[in-house]
Design a protein around this ligand. Structure first.
Ligand SMILES: NC(=O)c1ccc[n+]([C@@H]2O[C@H](COP(=O)([O-])OP(=O)(O)OC[C@H]3O[C@@H](n4cnc5c(N)ncnc54)[C@H](OP(=O)(O)O)[C@@H]3O)[C@@H](O)[C@H]2O)c1
Length: 430
């Protein structure tokens, strides 16, 4: 057995889980991998805090620099979150030749290009299986198992909190605030669930998946990311009557030599396998030119699933310590061109309005869309429902997002349209 010294930065949900499960499965991991992982230091904000997972008090510190001052620490595990100290630690660890294992999706989505350029320069791998979809081994699959495929698309339900809320709205008819309150009460949402709800947790993960599929880091400022906070029980109901459910979907694809990335509430056919991914579960559907369709399903967060991925990365890191490597966790290349700005991405849409109950209203709205060259594939005028008076639902087959936004600005200025129009994506996923 070979002992590998590791330094743990962060002892929260994931960090404490890694410590606890390295202890619990010490023999199993050693027998299977040939390595024993020794946690030599644990960095937290408050070393005095009482914790539900117990580790020797002497291991705790509130200085991340301590991890790098111990020459026996060969792998730094960054599970603090955030993009400032986590960045400083990651960079310092790489420069000092330590392998980095991280679950920090925000850091990689925002500064992945820079971090991996540094990793290559210093010949130090950075592993990040826990950063996307918790316990689902999607990073390793895209990076290694599918290395021989051109990836055509990746679609993912990437945020368990949003999926739980949408599932409860769909199954129990709850409205958004009730479902969110329930998720917070059950511990499925943070006390501050902003990044879950505004779509950016999934947005960061979509950027990482796109990087693995297409070899470069898409600028977060150029992608459309929308959360679920405008989805209402009425929309869930209208979508269902049209044969769809609503999911917060990350869509990543190559289209005519350009890479398209986005996250938005999306109507998907009720018969599609992703429609049955419910509750806190995540799923990622990958289409490769050789492998065809593959589906990865599992828990996207929590102690057990996320520490599973970190421990897998630790073993990978330990192998890395004992072998010369040519790649360092991510290989950049330019085989796919650049990314398409959100406004130029062509999609299908669900446009829901609340309108005056008068003749001629539909003609005025259709006129605005027609002037913009946007065709309507179907129109439904459902009965009024709590929260939406005189609804009008238009299904749009093909238009750029930019053209839709411009047309919606004109539609919302019409005096026959009440409130803010609502636009969700529609994905056939065929
Ligand atoms: N939670 C999940 O299921 C999950 C899933 C996938 C990925 N991730 C990612 O994993 C990372 C950790 O998430 P988490 O949920 O475990 O977070 P968490 O429960 O909030 O724990 C964060 C830990 O980091 C410590 N910390 C934070 N800032 C620090 C700083 N500046 N200096 C020193 N210590 C600091 C905290 O110390 P104190 O304990 O003293 O406050 C705490 O122990 C994040 O990047 C997150 O996005 C989480």
């Amino acid at each position: 057995m070979k002992n590998i010294g590791i330094g743990l930065a962060g002892f929260g949900t994931v960090g404490a889980g890694v410590y606890e499960n390295l202890e619990r499965h010490r023999d199993l991991i050693a027998e299977r991998s040939g390595y024993v992982f020794d946690v030599r230091r644990i960095v937290v904000r408050n070393p005095q805090k009482t914790r539900d997972v117990v580790a020797p008090a002497a291991l705790f510190s509130n200085r991340w620099q301590d991890l790098l001052e111990d020459s026996e620490i060969k792998v730094v595990v960054e599970l603090m979150g955030g993009t400032s100290e986590a960045y400083d630690l990651t960079v310092a660890a790489i420069k000092s030749g330590r392998i980095v294992v991280t679950g920090n999706k925000a850091l990689l989505a925002e500064r992945g290009a820079e971090i991996f350029a540094m990793a290559c320069e210093h010949k130090v791998p950075v592993f990040f299986e826990a950063a996307v979809a918790g316990g689902i081994p999607i990073i390793q699959s895209l990076r290694d198992a599918f290395v021989g495929n051109r990836i055509e698309s990746v679609h993912g339900i990437l945020n368990g909190t949003s999926n739980y809320i949408l599932t409860r709205m769909q199954e129990a008819g709850l409205d958004y605030p009730e479902a969110l309150a329930e998720a917070v009460k059950l511990g499925y949402a943070e006390a501050d669930p902003t990044l879950d709800i505004n779509g950016w947790d999934a947005g960061h993960k979509a950027i990482i998946l796109a990087a693995l599929a297409y070899g470069f880091w898409v600028d977060p400022a150029t992608i459309r990311v929308e959360g679920i906070d405008r989805v209402s029980a009425a929309d869930i109901h209208f979508a269902k009557s049209l044969g769809y459910c609503i999911k917060l979907l990350g869509s990543i694809r190559e289209n005519s030599g350009m890479v398209e990335v986005g996250v938005a509430p999306t109507l998907i056919p009720l018969g599609n396998v992703l429609a049955s991914v419910n509750g806190v579960f995540n799923a990622v559907a990958v289409r490769g030119d050789l492998v065809g369709d593959s589906l990865f399903y599992g828990r996207g967060a929590g102690r057990g699933p996320t520490s599973t991925s970190v421990i897998g990365d630790l073993v990978e890191a330990a192998h890395g310590l004992n072998a010369a490597r040519q790649t360092y966790g991510f290989a950049s290349h330019s085989l796919y061109g650049s990314s398409r700005p959100a406004s130029e991405i062509v999609g299908s849409y669900y446009l829901r309005l609340s309108v005056d109950d008068k003749p001629g209203v539909l003609a005025r709205i259709a006129g605005v869309l027609g002037e913009a060259g946007i065709g309507i594939s179907s129109v439904v005028q459902p009965e009024s429902i709590a929260g939406v008076e005189t609804p009008l639902v238009l299904m749009i087959h093909e238009a750029t997002y930019g053209a839709m936004c411009a047309a919606i600005a004109k539609i919302s200025a019409l005096n026959c349209v009440k409130g803010e129009p609502l636009l969700f994506n529609v994905e056939a996923l065929s």
